[in-house]
Structure formats: structure tokens, C-alpha cells
Design a protein around this ligand. Structure first.
Ligand SMILES: *Cc1c(COP(=O)(O)O)cnc(C)c1O
Length: 495
């Protein structure tokens, strides 16, 4: 299967080339030229497989330049039982009224980023090998919390790679900071940047675009790469869990094969929900895709108010920080497909976004998008209220991101009367956000200490995930804080 740039279809590459490159020259995103069909016979076979087997099968349909043996080996390593607390890699927990929670946070860092970032290092190192690249691959990540730790955990001790994570010194939760500064591995570095997330992010972009730096790194035998969700190698593994959830629901008798399920996803960069859209295009019986946002509701306006994407609006810091984003990069891939792979149109809209912060999609595209998507948003108060109500009614503890999706889906049902069973992506353990989760239940915990985990446990009767509980015994390894102006000097740590 070939991949083309969303902004220039003449740029046509293999899966390995797309993954090794990360982003297409000129800024486009690599997209598969077709969606492989998932047949009824295949679904019957997948029903009998575990998550690793389902992953190897689905990835094989997209990564046609990888062998079945390679992908089975990668899946066995990425989703090893000891990394995901057992064989149930992405379990589905059913609540009342046909609401099913797809728990994507049983990996080593307790957020859904693990589902892709445990797999990406295997796909990336194999892609570098397949494309003849022998230099050391240096992964640079600017993080507001979850991505940095998940990338560290994925790339730690992976041969041929080094990873450097920059986080804003005052911009991550105490739990997220502790997760990062205690990271083990010979090839990892973690640096705090004086400033906020945007400062860290622009500092990293400066490294990527500095010619002298590129030469210095090349002379030292290094190339740069990135681990964010514009890389196809991060998106492809996310398609798997929607297919897997459907299989689990059929096996549990909650769906008959062929029945529709809706999907609702708490959304930031639009990667996770795009993976569900792709699963639908492959033939998975998915009804509506409901895009849930917090107070940063640029996507809600886009889907519900006439197809205008406008990032010129206030930026809010919320209790669901991984969704605090105004430029949802992967929306570009959706526009590419709903426009019939019209690369010129996508390039034009993305240029407008770059220049004015705004673009408008033509009416016929809007109609096509509305067939598949619905959307909604809620604020922190509604999020907290949803955590409390769901805990009281169902005995089920939601994190702040997942609670946004639950609330938006309640609103969707009330507005449309659509009672189709739904899979809601549960993207983080509530124990990553003890402060706001406890506050939603009317309690407080000491967020400056690891004791917040046992405190929230005592309040709720829910056990904290083992990888977070283990942080109490870990010693911080990284304490470097640099001014953003001095970020280039930190690269010496990689050489
Ligand atoms: C990254 C993240 C999201 C947003 O996912 P996108 O793929 O960027 O839309 C939602 N919830 C949590 C907990 C996350 O870490």
C-alpha cells in the first residue's frame, strides 16, 4: 500500500518511508491511498484472537512492506502482558444503557498514548532499517505531560535511538513530573524548560529548523525525528482498538455481528477519533463518531456551525490539559479523505490556517462530514459534575478527559434520541489527575505528594494503577532546568 502527502499527491512513498520521515516535505501528512477492507470472514477470525493477534492483523493491512512475522513480534513486545497488567490490553467495561468504556490506559504510563507509543519504536526502527538509514535517530519531544512520559517509556533502551523530552517547568502536574524525572534507560534525557508549553514547543521547533544544528548532528551521526501523532506510525496502532472493542462486545453478547456501534472520543489533536473514522471506512459497523471537546471547543464549532475552523479565540487552561489545543493537526487527514483526496484543496485550506488562523470547507464536504460526525463540548464544572454523577450511579471512576466525553455523549443522546450502543474512549487513569477528580467528589488530596494516590484510593475504593503506585519508591534522575534561550546547548547531552 502506498502513502501520499495530504498536500501533494505526487509525493508517494511506502509505509516504511512514511514512518521514517514522520511528516511529508512541505508540511503535509502522509495518508494511505486507500482503506483496506475488513471482511466478515476476517472479523470472524479476529473474534478468536487476543489483542496482540488483532494488532498484528490490522497493522498488516496497512504496513504492507512489513512481514507478518515482524508485526507479530512487534505486537508481542509492545503489548506484553507485564507492560499492560495482563492479557487484557484494552478492556471494555460496560455501564448501563448500552454505554461501554474502552479503557486505553492499562499501559506503563496510564494514558492512552501508550497504545501507540509502545508500538512506534518498533515500527520506526524497522522503517529506518528498511529505508537504509544507519545513523542514530534522536527523538525530540516537547510535552505538556502525557506524551513525554509515554514516549520515554516507549523508546527507553531501544537500540539506535536516543530520546530527549522537554517539559515546561511549571506546566505539568506533580505526578506527570515525577513520572518523567524518574525515567530509567541509558538513552533518555529529560530537561525542564523555563516557560510554558508553547515555549518548550517553539524551542523544539527551533532545533528542528536550525541549519547549523542539523549539520552538527549529522556530523555526529544523528538524525532527528519526532514522536507526535502526525506520524502515521502513531496513528495506525490506534485503529486496532476500535476493531478489538467491537470484537469484545460481540463476544460478550452486547452486539450481534453487523450491529452498529457509535464511538465517542475526548479529542485534542484529532488523532484518536480519526483512527475510529478509518476503522469505519474499512467496514467496521460504526454509526456516528462523536467528537468531545473541553472549553477549547474549536472542533465543536467546526462540526456544528457550518464548517468554519477558526483558532482565533481565547486559549483556556482546563482540568483536561491533554485536550487544551487549538490546532488539531489530524483534521487535515479527514479533509483529505472527505474531499476525495483533493490535495490542492487541502493545501489551500492549510495555507489559510497558517496565514489567518482560519479556513472554511466547501458545502459538499460539510455534508459528507456531517454524515459521520457529531460533536459537543463541556466546561470544567460540567466535567466535575459528570465524574460525581457517574461515580454515584455506576460506581465507575472517570478521569477528567473521559468525563468530557461521557457528558458530551449524554447531551448527544438527549439531543438526537439516538440510543445506539456506544464505545467511549477512556483515555487516562483517574489517578493521573487526583486533584480535580477528588475535588469533583467534594474532597481534597495532597497533590504535592505521591500520597495523593492512596488518598484517592481510600476515598473511592478503587486501586491506583501499579506503575503510578511504584513512583513512591523511585529516585529522581533528572533535575536540569534551562532557559529556553539555551536549549541548543542541551543537545550535547545526546551526543
Ligand atoms: C492526548 C490525549 C487526548 C487527546 O487525544 P488526540 O488524539 O490528541 O485527540 C485525550 N485524553 C488524554 C488523556 C490524552 O493524553
Amino acid at each position: 500500500m502506498d502513502y501520499v502527502s495530504s498536500r501533494d499527491k505526487k509525493l508517494r512513498v511506502s509505509a516504511a518511508q512514511a514512518i521514517a520521515a514522520g511528516i511529508a516535505p512541505g508540511g503535509g501528512l502522509f495518508c494511505p491511498t486507500e482503506f483496506p477492507a475488513l471482511t466478515a470472514d476476517e472479523m470472524q477470525v479476529l473474534l478468536g484472537k487476543d489483542y496482540k493477534g488483532r494488532a498484528a492483523h490490522i497493522l498488516g493491512k496497512f504496513l504492507t512492506d512489513f512481514t507478518a512475522e515482524e508485526l507479530s513480534d512487534f505486537a508481542a513486545k509492545a503489548y506484553a502482558d507485564e507492560k499492560f497488567g495482563g492479557a487484557d490490553t484494552a478492556p471494555v467495561k460496560s455501564l448501563s444503557d448500552g454505554v461501554h468504556m474502552l479503557e486505553l490506559w492499562h499501559g506503563p504510563t496510564c494514558a492512552f498514548k501508550d497504545m501507540a507509543l509502545q508500538m512506534l519504536p518498533h515500527l520506526l526502527t524497522a522503517s529506518l532499517r528498511k529505508t537504509g538509514e544507519t545513523r542514530t535517530c534522536c527523538i525530540l519531544v516537547a510535552t505538556s505531560g502525557d506524551t513525554g512520559k509515554a514516549a520515554l517509556e516507549g523508546f527507553a533502551n531501544v537500540r539506535g535511538t536516543k530520546i530527549m523530552v522537554y517539559y515546561p517547568v511549571d506546566g505539568v502536574s506533580p505526578m506527570q513530573k515525577l513520572q518523567m524525572v524518574t525515567q530509567q534507560g541509558d538513552n533518555v534525557e529529560v530537561v525542564a524548560i523555563q516557560g510554558n508549553f508553547d515555549d518548550a514547543q517553539s524551542a523544539v521547533k527551533r532545533i528542528f529548523t536550525d541549519d547549523a544544528t542539523a549539520k552538527r548532528m549529522a556530523d555526529a551521526g544523528c538524525i532527528f525525528s519526532s514522536a507526535n501523532s502526525i506520524n502515521w506510525g502513531r496513528l495506525a496502532p490506534q485503529i486496532v482498538y476500535y476493531v478489538s472493542a467491537y470484537c469484545d462486545l460481540v463476544n460478550a453478547g452486547a452486539l450481534k455481528m453487523g450491529d452498529k456501534m457509535n464511538v465517542c472520543v475526548p479529542t485534542g489533536n484529532f488523532g484518536n477519533i480519526l483512527a475510529a473514522y478509518i476503522a469505519k471506512q474499512m467496514g467496521l459497523p460504526v454509526g456516528k463518531l462523536v467528537c468531545a471537546s473541553n472549553q477549547n471547543n474549536v472542533l465543536t464549532d467546526f462540526f456544528r456551525q457550518g464548517g468554519v475552523y477558526d483558532r482565533n479565540r481565547p486559549f483556556y487552561t482546563t482540568d483536561s490539559p491533554s485536550m487544551d489545543i487549538l490546532i488539531s493537526s489530524n483534521l487535515e487527514r479527514l479533509l483529505f479523505y472527505v474531499s476525495g483526496q483533493n490535495d490542492a484543496l487541502v493545501a489551500k485550506m492549510m495555507a489559510e490556517l497558517n496565514e489567518t488562523g482560519r479556513y472554511e470547507v466547501p458545502a459538499e464536504l460539510r455534508a459528507r462530514i456531517a454524515e459521520d460526525f457529531d460533536a459537543g463540548c463541556c466546561d470544567d464544572a460540567e466535567t466535575a459534575d459528570t465524574i460525581r454523577r457517574t461515580f454515584e450511579r455506576e460506581g465507575y471512576l472517570l478521569d477528567t478527559h473521559t468525563a468530557v466525553a461521557v457528558k458530551v455523549y449524554e447531551d448527544y443522546r438527549a439531543r438526537t434520541g439516538d440510543m445506539t450502543p456506544v464505545v467511549i474512549a477512556s483515555t487516562a487513569s483517574p489517578f493521573k489527575f487526583c486533584g480535580p477528580v477528588a475535588a469533583a467528589l467534594g474532597k481534597t488530596v495532597d497533590t504535592a505528594s505521591v500520597s495523593q494516590l492512596s488518598e484517592l484510593s481510600a476515598l473511592t475504593g478503587v486501586a491506583a494503577p501499579a506503575p503510578l503506585a511504584a513512583l513512591a519508591d523511585k529516585t529522581p534522575r533528572f533535575d536540569r532546568v534551562v532557559d529556553k534561550a539555551d536549549i541548543l546547548s542541551t543537545l550535547d547531552l545526546l551526543l
